[in-house]
Design a protein around this ligand. Structure first.
Ligand SMILES: N[C@@H](CCC(=O)N[C@@H](CS)C(=O)NCC(=O)O)C(=O)O
Length: 229
C-alpha cells in the first residue's frame, strides 16, 4: 500500500490527500513532525531531498516528493489529468504558476501569519510577497472569467493544487471578496464530489509556534524552524 508522509496543517499535503480521496485509493499515513525537525533527519531526506512534506513511498519502495509532482504521478490515467499532450502541458503551466506565484507568496505569508513569525520578517520582504500575492490573485481572476476550471473546462489537479493556498488567502491577509471570479471557482471546487473539507490548524501542533530566537537560546538547539508553508 502507498505511504503518504504528511503533516496535517500542510496545504501542500492536503493536495495529495484530496486527490487520493477522489481516487478512493487506500494509503497509510506517516506523520512527520516538521517543527520538531523530523523533516531534517537523514532518514526523511532519503525520502524527500528537501526535508519537506508531502512525499509518497510506493509499494515497491520508490519515493517521490513535491506536491505537484505527486499529483502528476497519481493522476495519470484518471479523469484528473488529460491524456492529450497539449492539455497536459497546460496543467503543468498552472502547476508551475501555483508554486512560483501562489504557494511561495500567499502560502508563505499565511504560514508566517498563523505561526506568529510575521512581525520578525523583514517588512520589505513581506510587502514584496503581498504585492506578488495580489498579482497572482489578479491573474486568476482574469483567467477564471473565461472558463470554469483553471486548465480548461474540466476539474483536475491544477484546480486541486491552486485551491490549496488560494482558498486560504484570507488567512494571509488577502480579502478574497475582492476577487469574485476566484470565489466562484473556489465554490465550484468545493462542490466536487469527495471534496475534503476538513482543515487542521497549526494551533493543533504545539511545536508550530516556536520561534528561531527560542531555538538559538535553547541549551541543545533544535533544528531551525521550517520557513516553508
Ligand atoms: N514545493 C514543495 C513545498 C513543500 C513544503 O514547503 N512543505 C512544508 C509543509 S507545507 C514543509 O514540509 N516544511 C518543512 C520545512 O520547510 O522544513 C511542495 O509543493 O511540496
Amino acid at each position: 500500500m502507498l505511504t503518504l508522509y504528511d503533516y496535517l496543517p500542510s496545504q501542500n499535503a492536503w493536495k495529495v490527500r484530496q486527490l487520493l480521496a477522489h481516487l478512493q485509493r487506500p494509503y497509510r499515513t506517516r506523520h512527520i513532525s516538521i517543527f520538531e525537525g523530523e523533516g531534517a533527519s537523514a532518514d526523511f531526506r532519503a525520502i524527500s531531498p528537501t526535508g519537506t512534506v508531502p512525499a509518497i513511498e510506493l509499494e515497491d519502495g520508490r519515493c517521490l516528493a513535491e506536491s505537484n509532482a505527486i499529483l502528476m504521478f497519481l493522476a495519470q490515467g484518471t479523469p484528473y489529468l488529460p491524456d492529450d499532450g497539449f492539455a497536459r502541458a497546460k496543467v503543468w503551466q498552472w502547476l508551475c504558476f501555483e508554486q512560483e506565484r501562489v504557494e511561495s507568496q500567499i502560502g508563505a505569508l499565511r504560514h508566517w501569519t498563523l505561526t506568529g513569525k510575521l512581525p520578525r520578517r523583514p517588512q520589505a520582504l513581506v510587502e514584496l510577497k503581498r504585492g506578488a500575492g495580489h498579482n497572482a490573485l489578479g491573474i486568476l481572476e482574469h483567467e477564471l472569467a473565461t472558463r470554469d476550471f483553471i486548465a480548461g473546462d474540466r476539474y483536475g489537479i491544477a484546480d486541486i493544487a491552486l485551491f490549496a493556498y488560494t482558498s486560504r488567502a484570507d488567512e494571509a491577509g488577502f480579502p478574497l471578496q475582492a476577487y469574485p471570479q476566484v470565489c466562484a471557482w473556489l465554490a465550484r471546487v468545493r462542490s466536487q464530489p469527495g471534496f475534503l473539507a476538513q482543515t487542521h490548524p497549526y494551533s493543533g501542533d504545539p511545536h508550530s509556534v516556536r520561534e528561531l530566537g527560542d531555538l538559538i537560546s535553547a541549551p541543545n538547539p533544535a533544528p531551525a524552524a521550517p520557513e516553508s508553508t
